[in-house]
Design a protein around this ligand. Structure first.
Ligand SMILES: Nc1ncnc2c1ncn2[C@@H]1O[C@H](COP(=O)(O)OP(=O)(O)O)[C@@H](O)[C@H]1O
Ligand SMILES: [Mg+2]
Length: 142
């Protein structure tokens, strides 16, 4: 039985399709919990290099990542479903897999491709790496 679903979301069209899938799945398992995770690859070190303070960086991260997440949050809320929001920074695939493992998620849902513009590949680097590293089932939505 799936109890905890983690949706990896980067704001792309593909990720929106993955979000719709996660909403439908959640509807069919009402007792499940769902969280949406977004990982910023931009690090505090890089921000410091640009002269951005920790506080400014954290603030910008929360505001902008929160804005991107909102598209997926609305899909859940419009379906009458609550959803948690997780904003992290670091390597996207590693962060998604670690968060899923540490917090007992049963399933990761994500898109095949994301915001990258390299055409021709079925899977993007993040979906490919998550599938390699994950300790739980991964649903990759086309
Ligand atoms: N930074 C991120 N935070 C959360 N999820 C992400 C992130 N980047 C990608 N994903 C997830 O991985 C899927 C595939 O994206 P990705 O592998 O980055 O493909 P591409 O190479 O086309 O950008 C996305 O649809 C999304 O579900
Ligand atoms: Mg990408």
């Amino acid at each position: 039985m799936i109890k905890k679903i983690l949706l990896a979301f980067d704001g792309s069209q593909n990720a929106l399709r993955a979000a719709e899938f996660a909403v439908d799945l959640h509807k069919s398992i009402p007792q499940a919990r769902c969280a949406i995770i977004i990982v910023a690859s931009f690090t505090r070190d890089e921000a410091e290099f640009l002269g951005v303070s920790d506080a400014e960086f954290d603030n910008a991260l929360q505001i902008n990542a929160g804005r991107i997440l909102q598209g997926a949050v609305e899909l859940f809320n419009n379906a009458g479903l609550a959803v948690d929001k997780v904003i992290l920074q670091g390597d996207a695939a590693k962060s998604i897999v670690e968060y899923a493992g540490e917090n007992g998620f049963d399933l990761i849902v994500m898109g095949t491709r994301g915001l990258g513009n390299v055409k021709g590949m079925l899977l993007g680097s993040v979906s490919n790496k998550v599938m390699h590293l994950a300790h739980c089932p991964v649903t990759v939505v086309k």
